[in-house]
Design a protein around this ligand. Structure first.
Ligand code: CDV
Length: 306
């Protein structure tokens, strides 16, 4: 049996602060229909795909607005149409969203949904970037560390779509451990949505390197673990903040096989042969044969070598 899955990376352009959820869900449904028309079995949406990137504002003074960006159930009444459409079309999807649990804990989350509309995987962002306190001197905030708790569950993988699927969210893609922990579980397809402002306030010398770093980390993660990586942006100028687009599909060889050309809503598609992973997993990156975990203890024993 050929284990090839046609995947659509459904990049989004900006979502305005006052956008209704239904308006955004309609955009997602349109991209999902296009993906289905192009024969995709799985469509991947960005991080926080249902709303504007709200951690760019200090919102403690407007708690109703803050709460309005979170989902208290998935699917809920406003996201149900997306699940219904997926089931009708027989297509799976990955969706990033802000989660507010019944215990009032806030996570930056993603779900993996099978072609029958059932949730097979749930992921909570592990690497939480940005800052905790209001920093008014910045041109815009990055308060993810205020408005989300770090995910406590680590990096799972799920058997779905005839393969082994893993998930990450945005900043996770910069960390080799993200890919390696999933690689050690045999991952074949890693799905990562992102919101990456082109301006990085703590060190603007990195601004012109955003595109390079995006490719560098995802191509390395794919190659070094013999896995497909699907990186999907919410790009373009959203509420005055310009964010990287350049969504891409990367093969286990580390080669980019599809890349978005615009900064708006755009679908890119690739046939992902999951057996291609074996070329790397069973040769150069045969983990059982060549890895030396006893040499890597510092990685898990401490945050630094002190
Ligand atoms: N949403 C993100 O995680 N953004 C970060 C920014 C803050 C650097 C990123 O890694 O792209």
């Amino acid at each position: 049996m050929v284990r090839s899955i046609r995947v659509g990376a459904a990049q989004l352009g900006p979502i305005s602060r006052d956008a209704e959820r239904s308006e955004v869900v309609n955009r997602l449904v349109a991209l999902m229909r296009q993906a289905s028309d192009e024969g995709c079995q799985l469509v991947v949406f960005p991080e926080l795909a249902l709303t504007t990137f709200f951690p760019r504002w200090y919102l403690d003074d407007v708690p109703e607005e803050l709460d309005s960006y979170y989902e208290t159930e998935m699917p809920g009444p406003e996201t149900q149409p997306l699940f219904d459409e997926a089931k009708t079309l027989g297509i799976g999807f990955y969706l990033g969203y802000a989660e507010l649990t019944p215990e009032k804990t806030r996570y930056n989350s993603a779900v993996l949904v099978e072609a029958d509309g059932s949730i097979v995987g749930h992921y909570r962002k592990v690497h939480m970037p940005g800052h905790e306190e209001h920093e008014p001197d910045r041109p815009f905030q990055h308060l993810e560390r205020r408005y989300f708790k770090e995910g406590p569950d680590g990096f799972d993988v799920w058997e779905a779509f005839n393969g082994v699927i893993g998930m990450g969210l945005c900043n996770d893609r910069r960390w080799p451990e993200t890919y390696r922990v999933m690689g050690l579980q045999g991952v074949e397809l890693i799905l990562i949505g992102y919101n990456t402002p082109l301006h990085y306030a703590p060190d603007p010398s990195q601004n012109p390197l955003q595109s390079f770093h995006n490719q560098l980390v995802m191509q390395a993660g794919a190659y070094q673990n013999g896995t497909w990586v699907i990186g999907v942006a919410k790009g373009g100028v959203e509420e005055g903040v310009d964010s990287l687009a350049e969504s891409m599909i990367i093969a286990p060889s580390g080669q980019i096989v599809a890349q978005a050309e615009t900064t708006g809503d755009e679908l890119i598609v690739a046939d992902c042969d999951l057996d291609w992973c074996k070329h790397y997993k069973e040769t150069l990156f045969d983990f059982d044969r060549y890895r030396r975990p006893e040499m890597y203890k510092l990685i898990t024993e401490s945050k630094t070598d002190q």
